[in-house]
Design a protein around this ligand. Structure first.
Ligand SMILES: [Zn+2]
Length: 467
């Protein structure tokens, strides 16, 4: 089986012309992220179906027809029109002063429940911090006693309801001037693995609802100031918004926080905040990246850090890494959970990159817990032997792993009994060799393309039939 390649300069998606890595190509099959439901029709390509996770449209080359670019042109014109509407929507959204005023009005009418309070205290925040950071509880579809403007991201219906999917608490995001410019909410039970959904008014039924984007189109970046500023000339960088708000008082210096650590996605706020801090503190700050535990083994996260590094260096700032040996997600802690800060070293970026090699060496992990839940598989792993007793949820664990890697890796699951393949295929969301052999026509082609993209389940005695 051949591997699939992400689109890039010089390898554009034949369906939508993307060259930014969104779409993928393998042999005569294309996965197009801009057309998951087959909206783009291109002659020469046949839309087969959506990928199982719904992210991509799976297209196969169809040599019976001649190529025409008309559909592509229509799609591109539509995309330009859509982008213009989005830009206009951001530009006409509430400005930061209005946002701050409205978010404070909102928080004023929200309670703080014992459950939220105890979660915040468990994280190490004290009463003063909890009050200063304006945390507030929200419930599912939280009703508002005092109606608010629906221009505020999160407010829906007639201004009397919050678009909150599950119980949790608001994590307001302050900017450099301590204005609240947006909010996520921490849910007690993650929704599809997401613990921090954005507060947004945009829903399926309300596609034009206000989103958290600022008028310049960037998502909000948080700036966190400690109660007592101990260290000047340094700005900590951390992922998300709750983590840096905890870390700032712990370390005694300013922190920036950003959703998914994607600071490269908010270059204007990043640059402006750094310039203001320099004026305020009278010293040019350097940046200190607080790397998440285990991130060094995850190349997606490492790419994100690397883009932050490049942004900072291009703006003329020095970057260092806060390192305390946090190689593993399961064995080590993030900065907000760390018991003592005494062991933190500040190392140069290139020394940190060197540590990656150390992280990539073979690791034998022994864990003692009833169920396999959050096992950390190094990105670099070539062969993983998972050995655990019956009833420890091996299949459930593998199913989640397969789900998380779908589209990035292909799986060949070898089962010892043919009766089990169907059941296992169902649990893992993969096709089986049996299904392929017993299908015909278009369905067979669709199953074959799915297998070529995501892999399959088979038995050891069918292995010789696979090419
Ligand atoms: Zn595409």
């Amino acid at each position: 089986m051949s591997k699939f390649t992400s689109t890039k300069k010089g390898l554009i998606c034949p369906i939508c012309d993307d060259n930014t890595g969104k779409c993928r190509i393998v042999d005569s099959i294309t996965l197009c992220m801009n057309s998951p439901d087959g909206a783009i029709e291109i002659s020469g390509y046949k839309y087969l179906h959506a990928s199982k996770d719904g992210l991509w449209g799976v297209y196969a080359e169809d040599n019976g027809q001649t190529h025409s670019n008309d559909a592509k042109r229509v799609y591109k014109a539509q995309k330009v029109a859509r982008d213009l509407i989005t830009t206009h929507k951001h530009e006409t959204s509430l400005n930061v002063i209005e946002r701050d005023r409205e978010y404070r009005k909102l928080i004023d009418q929200l309670p703080l429940t014992d459950r939220a309070l105890s979660d915040l205290i468990r994280r190490g925040l004290n009463a003063e911090q909890i009050e200063r950071m304006l945390f507030a509880s929200v419930g599912q579809w939280h009703p508002l006693r005092h109606a608010m403007t629906t221009q505020l991201a999160g407010v829906i219906d007639k201004g009397n309801k919050l678009n909150v999917m599950a119980d949790g608490y608001l994590v307001p995001i302050p900017n450099i001037d301590n204005l609240i410019i947006g909010a996520q909410y921490r849910v007690f039970e993650p929704i599809d693995g997401n613990k921090y959904p954005w507060l947004t008014s945009r829903t399926k039924n309300n596609p034009d609802g206000a989103t958290p984007h600022l008028p310049n189109g960037e998502l909000p970046m948080g700036v966190y100031r400690p109660k007592n500023l101990i260290k000047k000339g340094v700005v900590g960088i951390a992922e998300g918004y709750l983590k840096p708000s905890i870390a700032t008082d712990k370390l005694g210096h300013i922190f920036f926080g950003m959703s998914s650590g994607n600071f490269a996605g908010c270059p204007e706020q990043f640059e402006q905040a750094l310039k203001l801090i320099e004026v305020e503190q009278g010293i040019k700050p350097y940046l200190l990246l607080y790397i998440d535990a285990g991130a060094i083994q995850n190349h997606h996260v490492m790419d994100t850090y690397s883009r932050t590094y490049k942004l900072a260096v291009n703006l003329g700032y020095e970057v260092k890494v806060a390192w305390y040996g946090q190689f593993s997600k399961t064995k080590h802690q993030d900065i907000d959970e760390l018991a003592t800060i005494d062991d933190i070293q500040e190392i140069p970026w290139y020394q940190f990159l060197g540590l990656q090699h150390k992280a990539l060496k073979d690791e034998s992990v022994t864990i003692s817990q009833r169920y396999l839940t959050d096992l950390d598989i190094p990105e670099s792993a070539k062969l993983i032997c998972l050995r655990s007793p019956k009833g420890t949820n091996k299949t459930g664990y593998i199913a989640r792993y397969v789900d998380g890697q779908r589209g990035y890796k292909r799986f060949l699951v070898i089962c010892h009994r043919s009766q089990l393949t169907q059941q296992l295929g169902h649990r893992l969301g993969l096709r089986t060799h049996y299904e392929l052999e017993n299908a015909t026509g278009d369905i067979k082609a669709a199953i074959a393309s799915e297998i070529s993209l995501f892999g399959m389940v088979t038995t050891w005695d069918s292995l010789h039939k696979i090419n």
